[in-house]
Ligand binder design. Sequence first.
Ligand code: DX5
Ligand code: ZN
Length: 217
Amino acid sequence: MAKLAPSMLSADFSRLADQVEAVDQAGADYLHVDVMDGHFVPNISFGADVMKSLCGKIRMPFDVHLMIEDPDKYAASFVTDQTAFITVHLEACRHIDRTLHYIHDLGVGAGVSINPGTPVQALSEVLDIADLVLVMSVNPGFGGQKFIPSSLRKIRELERLRKENGYTYQIEIDGGVTTANAAKVKAAGTDILVAGSAVFKAEDLASRTKEFLALIR
Ligand code: DX5
Ligand code: ZN
């Protein structure tokens, strides 16, 4: 059984609470929170206060994805009672081992993400301390891009490494996930599927969420 994490990046921000409540009530597992700084990625999204405004209003825990430089400086501001994971990019960290330990010490799950151009191998020294590994299946920065098929190879490799070494991380995929490829993405070994536009650009958010969940549970 895999989990669904709708990304609020693709929500209509003028109706954010309503839309997030709709996917929450339809049974989505996490709220994926895409934080962009205009430096690590060529786009700016929102900060911790926007996420915190939803605290207590929904049941879903927050799955925070920091696409920012110097995440050590900002990670603590995303810790709430509802924060499940804080994920940083390997490419943005000078001392990834230190950063993952630091996030652990904040009392939330520590995640590490790799861009499409970064091999799984680059994570080899921190797989034993990660609670979550996020494979980007598009180049980060924008919702609504096309899924990069070679990401599935990375998912399979992460699953093999987890099995062989007894690692405990969750495997998450992010970018271009739709109802058309969700079953295949899950079959490759994904535990958590992020979906932005495929959920929030739907006419009926609740029924699209349920459609997704039926495909991956
Ligand atoms: C991309 C973000 C994704 C994005 C996914 O940089 O990390 O989480 O919201 O959007 P879709 O599902 O539309 O590709
Ligand atoms: Zn994301």
